[in-house]
Design a protein around this ligand. Structure first.
Ligand code: 4GX
Length: 241
């Protein structure tokens, strides 16, 4: 997959895209990333890319000319590229949207700064995406979040193919608690069932812990879960009142 990033702050992406799993995916040629400094397209001698909003109001708005020319040139004749604007007013980024973006051949991410971008850029945008209901100082961090969430679905990026399925949200539950060696860390022990080797009990324990965590931290997700089947009794006849 090829990803182009349009930004006023290309340096912000360096460390993130070089490090860890994303860096390995780039080095292995699974993802190809190109950053573009929107300012390079400004046709004024001060390389100005922002101005006061028409109609008044606080803050600055990104000017249409540098952004429009940058996005037009980077897109070129590529009709297949999906052009995404990161903005708090966008559709929420979800596992399903990340998975769907991972099937695209090319993404072009537009990072806005200041109070927003001149609305006339929408002529060149396919989709507006938000990473959550809070306001950041720019679209750079949201673009990195989107890239990371999409990369996990590109075959070969993660070591093991199944690991995207087992985590939070795949079955509507948050993750169960994990432990690794030592079994006793200064008196803090690991739940006995995980050391028992009893696969069925481990599955039941993990499922129950995931339900408890989901109920506590995400009552909105918990409400969507299917009801638990009634636990089997030794005596199959229900207790009489
Ligand atoms: N999820 N921001 C974008 C400037 C801006 C505003 C409007 C275009 C249109 C955000 C988020 C987010 C802050 C990035 C404002 N650009 N983006 N920026 N939450 O808060 O995606």
């Amino acid at each position: 997959m090829r990803i182009d990033i349009l930004t006023l702050f290309p340096d912000m992406f360096k460390g993130v895209l070089d490090a860890s799993i994303l860096g390995r995916a780039v080095r292995n040629g699974l993802i190809e990333i190109h950053t573009h400094d929107i300012r390079d397209w400004a046709d004024n001698k001060h390389r100005k890319a922002d101005d006061e909003p028409f109609g008044g109001g606080a803050g600055l708005v990104m000017m249409i000319q540098p952004l429009f020319d940058c996005l037009s040139e980077v897109t070129g004749e590529d009709k297949g590229a999906k052009r995404i604007l990161l903005t708090p007013r966008g559709k929420p980024l979800t596992t399903e949207r990340a998975r769907s973006f991972s099937k695209e051949e090319r993404l072009i991410l537009v990072c806005g700064h200041y109070e927003g971008v001149d609305e006339r850029i929408m002529e060149l945008i396919d989709e507006e995406i938000s990473i959550g209901d809070y306001v950041l100082t720019g679209g750079e961090l949201p673009a990195m979040v989107l890239i990371d969430s999409v990369a996990r679905f590109i075959p070969g990026v993660l070591g093991c193919d199944s690991s995207t399925e087992e985590e939070s949200f795949a079955d509507g539950l948050l993750e169960y608690p994990q432990y690794t060696r030592p079994a006793d860390f200064r008196g803090r022990t690991v739940p006995e069932v995980l050391l028992s080797g009893h696969a069925a009990n481990i599955r039941i324990w993990r499922h129950e812990m995931a339900r408890i965590k989901t109920k506590e931290n995400r009552p909105d997700l918990f409400a969507l879960l299917p009801p638990e089947p009634e636990k089997k009794r030794k005596n199959s006849r229900k207790k009489q009142d």
